[in-house]
Design a protein around this ligand. Sequence first.
Ligand SMILES: Cc1ncc(COP(=O)(O)O)c(C=O)c1O
Length: 405
Amino acid sequence: MDVAKVRADFPILSRMINGHPLVYLDSGATSQRPNQVIDAEADFYRHHNANAHRGLYQLGEEATELFEGARAKLASFVGAPTPETIVFTRGTTESMNLIAHGWARKFLREGDEVLITEMEHHSNIVPWQLATAATGATLRYIPLTDDGMLDLSDLGSLLTDRTKLFSVTGMSNALGTITPLRQLVDAAHDVGALVAVDGAQLVPHHRVDVNQLDCDFLAISGHKMLGPTASGGLYAKAEHLEAMDPMFGGGEMIREVYHDHSTWNEVPYKFEAGTMQIGQQVGLGAAIDYLQALGMDEVRAHEEEITRYALDRLIGSGATVFGPKDVADRGGAVSFWYRDVHPHDLATILNEHGVAIRAGHHCAQLVMRRYGVPATARASFYVYNTTEEVDVLIDALAAAQDIFV
Ligand SMILES: Cc1ncc(COP(=O)(O)O)c(C=O)c1O
């Protein structure tokens, strides 16, 4: 991959921060956007803006066509059999809540179990706490090993015929860990459980094919894969979408409205209430075109190279890295603790050097508790990052050490 050429597409990367070139190492939180995405969204507003699925006039038709075109691109990007198996949402949090409302609250009963893992982002914990509390079902957790992997040694007693849903991340935002999805999907299906995958970190960085994975649901965040904020979706097998209840009411999600009840539009529109984030999803379509032109295998190979380099340099500089050390088991979100410097202090000093990292619990407080830390510093990489930027990070860490240690 020609990283210099990629970088030239991202105008924000030429910014100076505190007198230094920006080194953006927080793509795990949200990625930057290339001109192609910014232009696609602006072009929508400049030339095609109208509400989708409503106006019987030229602009309305164009807006609908672009919006539905983006759905087809997202479907093909994750290997979904038809565009209708993609519900547009604002991202992974909304997608998980849609499953928890539309499926779990309808089908869970007392005595049923939902299984998740201690590695999950709060967006894949809290919806299940709410849904199990509302239905009398029980929430159970797969624990973690010391080196940041799922501890599957007791899987047989956690995943049983009481388990109705297993929801698991494809890649941890706090540890970088890539989970063995195919093995987990098979194990869950063997006991009759459905499987939801949190794809927030996996889909932007890895080739994903829902057909091959055979998962029942996949949550996708557009803003972490070069797309606009509030873009993304939920893939679900068609039979689940048919069976699920809508979460929001109003707008084009109805077929008929009577005084005492309403009937629903067809899938996926029955889940898309109100005016949707049309410009953003059109921008996501352009982001998918961009990633596909790079090639997802190239995207992954580039990240493996940077992550390997970052792990070596961080460990060599005295940082404690959380999560797997072998790049085959992990993505490019690298959590660490640097000597005795609190992550918040570290992030503040790094910012003075133009380096943007995340510091905090990363919406994964169970992970922080498991490893006995209040927070970690996290550098996360994407298509535009370079090994030279890792060097800038390491030099800035040394400066922080001089101040704090
Ligand atoms: C693993 C994981 N799940 C869920 C989310 C939430 O995604 P969104 O911001 O699209 O709602 C994130 C975002 O940080 C994440 O990293």
